[in-house]
Write a protein that binds this ligand. Sequence first.
Ligand SMILES: C[S@@+](CC[C@H](N)C(=O)[O-])C[C@H]1O[C@@H](n2cnc3c(N)ncnc32)[C@H](O)[C@@H]1O
Length: 188
Amino acid sequence: MNLSFLKAYALEKRIPIITDEALALIEAEIKKHHVKDVLEIGTAIGYSALAMASFGCHVDTIERDEFMIEEAKRHFDRYDEDHQITLYPFDALTYHLPEKTYDLIFIDAAKSQYQTFFNKFTPYLKLGGLVICDNLNFHHLDPAKVNRHTQGLLRKLDVFKRFLADHPHFKTEFYDLGDGTSLSVRIK
Ligand SMILES: C[S@@+](CC[C@H](N)C(=O)[O-])C[C@H]1O[C@@H](n2cnc3c(N)ncnc32)[C@H](O)[C@@H]1O
C-alpha cells in the first residue's frame, strides 16, 4: 500500500510518525522473523499500523488521545480493507489487554513511560519475539541547553537504554536511525 499521502498529511498537521528509516528496519525484521502478530503502543493517525499491516501482519494498536483515535478510526475504516488492525482506544498505562501473545511489540508513545510500557507489555511477547522502540535519542538534544522538564526526559531515556542493554532476558541493539531505535530480542 502506498501510504505517502498519509505521511504528507501527518507532516502537514505536525503529527509525529515513524521515519522511513525506522520503518524500513521494522519491515526487514518482520520479514526476517516471519512476524504475524504485532502490538503497537502509540497509534497516532494510524500510519505505522497501516504500514505494518501492509507487510502482512495483524496489528493491535493502543491510543489514548481522542483526536488521534478519531483520525486513526477514519483511516482504518478506509484503508484497512482486510481488517488486519484492531484499535484499542485506551491509555496503555492502565488498559488491560486481552490474553494474547505477540511476535513484535512496537513502543512509540510517551517517552517518559518507555520502561513502564516495556515492563507491562513484554509478558505478552513470545520467546524469540522482538521489541522495537523508537525516538530514543530525542533529537540528540544537549541536556545543558534544554529546560528541566526535557532534562528529566533525557535522563529517563538514558536510564531506559541502560535498562535495555543490561536486561538479562533480552539481547538489544541500538541503531542511530530515525530518532534512535532499539531492537531487542527476547532470549529467555
Ligand atoms: C509518535 S506518536 C505515534 C506515531 C505512530 N506510531 C506512527 O508512527 O504512525 C505517539 C502517540 O502515542 C500516544 N500515546 C502517548 N502515551 C500514550 C499512552 N499512555 N497510551 C496510549 N497512547 C499513548 C500519543 O497520543 C501519540 O498519538
